[in-house]
Ligand binder design. Structure first.
Ligand code: HEC
Length: 313
């Protein structure tokens, strides 16, 4: 047991990447056949220019890239984020939504399904591009219609996926993150709990910035995003007898909500201490998580079985 926990901890030190496609959200909001076991259990290994040494903009952008609440409408409800289509900055080649895709890896992004206002009346799925090397590109979009990555990103959020107008910091961050996506060959690696936990630590480290700056709005926004990521882990612990693991994750989420409330109330030293304490807990997670892990939906075969056992709506 302890050996496994140790392995988990050691693995948590390696560069990591999260999955960002919600199971529950997708089952509720996307047509049957939209969830791909392949893209939920494997993704190309993340490669960032500068690897793990990044500034706050990149770290916040990395979190936002994985957060459905940056988008609006159906995408948000279905738990889709930039990461769902552009896994770790590559193209998610297995991405497929019946009715909106003609082939895997292609999707209609000018469709009323995403945004009533963006519907162009044409059935026009487009290839999901890799974002690798966008930093050096002069024009964006399949028709090269836009000359600015920042403008394109804003358009993706607001026009394609009916999200709220992004503020300056959010756009700066999403652009900073995308500019770190160096050209690289896609090397498929499994989506793992170890990586997701390592990512949580990374998000908590980024959260230190608004707590140090005493910026309640940003602290609040980031805790919502991080709690969303904990939710993605939570929904993989589906079995009845995994209540203990789910309670652990729920506790982390509640502790983040409490940190946001302390920030809101101007209790900065308390908020910073609470973050430090939470970080310690997540860095050495209770053994229940590792014990349950082999039977969770991180396992491709279990996920496959779980998906077919879902009633078709
Ligand atoms: C449902 C799938 C989907 C989601 C979610 C999504 N994209 Fe895309 N993205 C696409 C498709 C399809 C295109 C091609 C659109 C085009 O060519 O006009 C694209 C194109 C792009 C491009 C242009 C790349 C180039 O080389 O021209 C950028 C940049 C981009 N997306 C960033 C983002 C960001 C940032 C997010 C999240 C805020 C996001 N995308 C969310 C599917 C998606």
């Amino acid at each position: 047991m302890r050996g496994r926990v140790l392995a988990l901890l050691l693995a948590a030190l390696s560069p990591a990447a999260a999955q960002a496609q919600s199971l529950a959200g997708a089952l509720e909001w996307l047509p049957p056949g939209s969830l791909s076991v392949e893209s939920l259990t494997r993704h190309p290994e993340e490669r960032l220019d500068g690897e793990e040494k990044q500034n706050f903009y990149v770290e916040f952008g990395r979190l936002a890239f994985r957060s459905p609440d940056v988008l609006g409408g159906t995408a948000r409800k279905a738990g889709l984020s930039c990461q769902a289509c552009h896994a770790n900055g590559f193209a998610t080649t297995a991405f497929f939504i019946p009715g909106l895709s003609d082939r895997p890896g292609r999707i209609d992004v000018s469709h009323a399904f995403w945004n009533l206002r963006g519907e162009d009346g044409v059935d026009n799925p487009l290839e999901i591009p890799s974002l690798r090397g966008v930093k050096t590109k002069a024009r964006f979009g399949h028709d090269l219609r836009m000359a600015s990555l920042r403008e394109f990103t804003r358009r993706v959020i607001v026009t394609e996926f009916s999200g709220a107008e992004p503020d300056t910091l959010l756009l700066d961050a999403l652009v900073a993150y995308q500019e770190k996506l160096q050209p690289a060959a896609a090397v498929p690696v499994p989506v793992t709990l170890q990586q997701d936990l390592a990512d949580l630590l990374r998000y908590l480290d980024a959260l230190r910035v608004p707590l140090a700056e005493e910026e309640p709005a940003l602290a609040g926004r980031m805790t919502v995003m991080i709690r969303g990521q904990i939710g993605f882990i939570h929904e993989r612990f589906v079995e009845q007898d995994m209540r203990g693991s789910r309670a652990v994750l729920e506790d982390w989420s509640r502790r983040l909500a409490a940190i946001a409330a302390q920030a809101e109330a101007g209790q900065w030293p308390q908020a910073r201490d609470a973050l430090k304490a939470l970080r310690q807990v997540i860095a050495a997670p209770p053994p229940a998580l590792a014990t349950d892990l082999p039977r969770t939906l991180y396992d491709a075969e279990r996920l496959r079985i779980w998906l077919v056992s879902k009633p078709v709506r």
